[in-house]
Design a protein around this ligand. Structure first.
Ligand code: BGC
Length: 737
């Protein structure tokens, strides 16, 4: 990125301040030689508003653009290469529509299923979110269009989103809530990052110097523009000092004047304003000088890509007795979503699609000459009658647009009771019943899974979802989608159940890093469908797991064999664990993944590189990632609960050696071989507690292990002096260094 101050040479303080806020709802200002640019939502389509009605809530219209599957669907592909291709298409559409920065991707972690905006985020897991977000950024930016990684950071609820403080301990922040952002910044270099509305540990993201400067720029090397979420800036001078470059949308010049006044008053460093202006100018030059000048995009090709992605996003949750795929036969299609599909979420990401596939029409096309009856499902008797006279019933269930959206959270995760009643009535008369689900946030599925022999999870599939669903139902596509989020048995089981949403302006992240499957698996809780789950119309066997240490981490190799009778794609997940870790850790965590497309009867070796950082924990003492020395278990499998093979690998650690002090405990000293040896020699001759050698049994040691060694002086009543202890510690420290 060119940050050269040349771009702003000759601009005075007033002009520099003016560059740091919008000219309109979606554009920056033209000042001197710095061109204006247009920023637009994002993330799963280009929401380009041209008229005078502009908004950040998806209320007013926008120009037609391809509506690709929203993040909730896209994440279920577990396919970064596909996401990158979608990014390229989005970049092309942005160019054609005159947009220079596309506001996405959203990589916030799905902390609780009630968050109204979960449909716009990828996963409960930071590695998966980061890998997909990085692919999206690479794709978009390959077309000379900037991306805006959002919403930085810890923005995991909609309730009171513009004020509430996410109160998160540092280790959890680093390992979960910042990690997805870190991966994208380090791997893909987004040209902008959007700071979120909320506070983090009491400080607004927009005013958070630690977040925007220390972590983002100094540690991760971000060299782009920090833009505010729309209306996120409460105090622009404080925000500029913290590292905010661009406030959006326009404030009509009010906050520009505040910045100038703050510099004049000596409360804001002029250099901070110059730095921000230079970054905005650098971005404006970059996005206007690169990329194509196309004025149209290939609507058909992009629709086809949207269909390919939607196919890959569909998860086959259940398929008793191989009910699916269907042969062309008489069908009863039931439920309003078959005719009016729910395919995207509400709010700023809402796209005006170029076209829309209707599931009912697409199913009809593939049913051949057989009758396809349709009932909206409002009349249960009529639906049951139609189901009974068909060979198979396909029931569309899910959440309506009103039930979930940006701007508010859900209060429960249940499907409407009327839908479950409808399903019961249909299943009573038609054992061959397939459920198709549409929803942005996770819904409770225990009743559905009990009732229906086959369940397809469509989440939100974008404008081509209708055709994709028909392709999967009839076996034109073999499903390979995987859940990116656990489906819990009930809301009460969720890790943040008692700490969601905020209370008195604070959200306490009490579950710490035990989010999603990290929680359910560590507590060995039953779930309806685990993280990473998804069936196929074929079967896969796993063999020959091999782990090799490399400088960068661990290389995993495993062979996957297609033991079924049709080609299929298997998403192989590698989970790591460290039994006996000295710090609290989940039972297992996702450390890598890859996929293999294999012909029936064939096998393929899958390679999954695991980065050392993905085996580390964040040490708040050391202020960095730390790998504990030890024997790590690496398991490969088809979900976090369907582990097929496990092997171990021994890693050298890089834990810092901290000198022992009087505050070090007996336990800490005894855990160190050098200190233990010295200590036991000394204690052997003069026990400070008056205990005999033989009384120093393991139980007594355990009782004493939390005693700071400095207190021994008092306990020993003169047998060990402070000077002797200091000498002993100095000698131990000298031997260890
Ligand atoms: C959303 C952002 C969006 C912006 C502009 C905000 O309300 O949080 O994600 O990019 O509006 O529409």
């Amino acid at each position: 990125m060119t940050h050269s101050e040349d771009h702003i040479a000759g601009l005075d303080l007033t002009d520099q301040a003016a560059l740091g806020s919008g000219a309109s709802f979606w554009t920056t200002k033209t000042i001197g030689t710095v061109p204006a640019i247009m920023l637009t939502d994002g993330p799963h389509g280009v929401r380009h508003q041209t008229g005078s009605a502009t908004d950040h809530l998806g209320i007013s219209g926008s120009e037609p653009a391809t509506c690709f599957p929203p993040a909730v669907g896209l994440s279920q592909t577990w396919d970064p290469a596909l996401v990158e291709r979608i990014g390229q298409a989005l970049g092309d559409e942005s160019r054609a529509l005159g947009v220079q920065v596309l506001l996405g991707p959203g990589v916030n972690i799905k902390r609780d299923p009630r968050c109204g905006r979960n449909f716009e985020y990828y996963s409960e897991d930071p590695l998966l979110s980061g890998a997909l977000g990085a692919a999206w950024v690479r794709g978009v930016q390959s077309r000379g269009v900037g991306s805006s990684l959002k919403h930085f950071a810890a923005n995991n609820a909609e309730h009171d989103r513009m004020r509430a403080s996410s109160d998160v301990d540092l280790r959890t922040l680093r390992e979960i809530y910042l990690r997805s952002f870190e991966i994208v910044v380090r791997q893909a270099g987004p040209w902008t990052v959007m700071c979120s509305y909320n506070r983090i540990n009491g400080v607004y993201a927009a005013e958070n110097a630690w977040l925007l400067t220390t972590v983002l720029r100094d540690e991760w090397g971000f060299d782009g523009v920090v833009v505010s979420d729309w209306g996120a800036v409460a105090d622009r001078p404080t925000a500029v000092a913290a590292g905010l470059d661009l406030e959006m949308p326009t404030t009509g010049g009010i906050s520009d004047a505040e910045v100038v006044r703050a510099v004049d008053a000596g409360t804001l460093d002029a250099a901070a304003v110059t730095r921000a202006a230079a970054r905005v100018a650098g971005l404006a030059h970059r996005v206007t000088q690169t990329g194509t000048s196309a004025t149209s995009f290939d609507i058909d090709a992009h629709h086809e890509l949207a269909r390919e992605a939607a196919r890959r996003a569909i998860v086959l949750l259940k398929n008793d007795d191989d009910l699916l795929p269907l042969a062309p036969s008489p069908l009863a299609v039931i439920g309003g979503f078959a005719q009016e599909p729910r395919y995207q979420g509400g709010g700023s990401s809402h796209v005006n699609p170029t076209r829309l596939d209707i599931p009912l029409d697409e199913i009809g096309r593939l049913a051949g000459d057989h009758a396809v009856s349709y009932c909206p499902g409002t009349d249960t008797t009529a639906a049951a009658a139609a189901a009974e006279s068909a060979e198979t019933a396909i029931v569309f269930l899910g959440l309506t647009a009103e039930e979930e959206s940006e701007g508010y959270d859900r209060e429960h995760i249940d499907l409407p009771a009327t839908q479950l009643d409808l399903l019961r009535a249909v299943v009573d008369v038609q054992p061959r019943t397939v459920v198709v689900l549409s929803h942005g946030g996770v819904v409770r599925l225990d009743a559905v899974a009990d009732l229906a022999p086959a369940v397809l999870d469509g989440a939100l599939l974008g404008q081509a979802g209708g055709g994709a669903l028909a392709d999967v139902l009839f076996g034109i596509a073999n499903p390979s989608g995987r859940l990116a989020e656990t489906v819990p048995l009930r809301l009460q089981d969720c890790p943040a159940y008692l700490n969601f949403p905020s209370e008195s302006g604070h959200t306490v992240y009490g579950e710490r890093m035990f989010v999603g499957y990290r929680w359910y698996d560590s507590r060995e809780m039953p779930v309806t469908f685990p993280f990473g789950h998804g069936l196929s119309y074929t079967r896969f066997g796993y063999s020959d797991l091999e782990l090799t240490t490399t400088g960068a981490g661990v290389a995993v190799r495993v062979t996957v064999t297609n033991t079924g009778d049709r080609p299929g794609r298997e998403v192989v997940q590698a989970y790591a664990g460290l039994p006996g870790s000295r710090v609290g850790r989940p039972a297992r965590w996702l450390a890598g993944f890859a996929s293999a497309t294999v012909e029936p009867g064939h096998r393929q070796t899958v390679e999954i590189p695991i980065d050392r950082t993905d085996l580390a924990y964040w040490s708040t003492d050391a202020g960095r990632w730390v790998v504990e020395a030890g024997e790590y278990a690496v398991s490969v499998g088809a979900s976090s609960r369907d582990i097929r093979l496990t092997a171990t690998v021994t890693l050298d650690g890089d834990e810092p050696t901290r000198p022992f002090t009087r505050e070090s405990t007996l336990g800490e000293l005894l855990a160190d071989p050098v200190a233990a040896q010295t200590l036991l020699t000394v204690l052997g001759s003069a026990s400070p507690f008056g205990a005999t050698d033989s009384a120093l049994g393991s139980n007594l040691l355990r009782m004493l292990e939390s005693v700071p060694i400095g207190r021994v002086v008092g306990f020993s009543a003169g047998k060990v002096t402070r000077e002797q202890l200091d000498e002993l510690l100095a000698s131990v420290n000298a031997q260890r260094s």
